[in-house]
Design a protein around this ligand. Structure first.
Ligand code: HEC
Length: 172
């Protein structure tokens, strides 16, 4: 009986740990919440506001639009950076402006989470969405949401130690 109890307690601990891993249940739920906020705020989805796209490179896309704002999640207002990535290679500004939906490949997002979320990497939450708001996946089939190593490893080389390439502004 006691063995059983210990066993199930350990299973509980194990599932709690799994939920905290990159791409786990909590990260996916948070990513869904964030997508809802972005569509409500017209930062994503059918009625998304538009900017003049600029030329980008791999891995993000050949044409990019980037928006800097704050969002309130769970009562905390924090920095939110939304990048829309268009392709394929050779795409022109006019093609993006003329038919965005046909060229949008993904929406990549950085959101500054609460202190203690990921102190070693600036507490940034990373997510990569497909145009319909579902999460893109790693080759291993993990949804890309959370402290995504693939994103962090490259953004770690951004000047200013803030994981932001485009700015050194203090986005809290
Ligand atoms: C191989 C390097 C590399 C990888 C991997 C990468 N990025 Fe980026 N990212 C960049 C570069 C370079 C920029 C600046 C591009 C620009 O807008 O001109 C950028 C810009 C961004 C921005 C705008 C804020 C900023 O840093 O200036 C966001 C948001 C972003 N990336 C999210 C992500 C997410 C989410 C992932 C993982 C799914 C990811 N990135 C993976 C190189 C990378």
């Amino acid at each position: 009986m006691r063995g059983l109890w210990v066993g199930s307690a350990m299973a509980l601990v194990a599932s709690a740990v799994a939920a905290q891993q990159f791409g786990g249940q909590q990260d996916r739920a948070f990513a869904d919440q964030l997508w809802q906020i972005m569509t409500d705020r017209n930062l994503a989805g059918d009625d998304a506001v538009q900017a003049f796209p600029y030329a980008g490179t791999d891995p993000h896309g050949m044409m990019l639009e980037t928006f800097y704002t704050d969002a309130t999640v769970d009562g905390r207002e924090r920095a939110l950076v939304v990048k829309r990535n268009y392709g394929p290679e050779g795409l022109t500004v006019d093609e993006v402006l003329g038919s965005r939906d046909d060229h949008l490949a993904s929406v990549t997002v950085m959101f500054r989470r609460e202190e203690g979320y990921a102190p070693d990497t600036g507490n940034w939450f990373w997510a990569k969405y497909l145009p319909d708001g579902s999460l893109d996946q790693t080759p291993e089939g993990m949804p890309i949401a959370g402290t995504a190593q693939g994103c962090v490893s490259c953004h770690a080389s951004a000047e200013g130690d803030d994981y932001l390439f485009t700015t050194n502004a203090d986005l809290q």
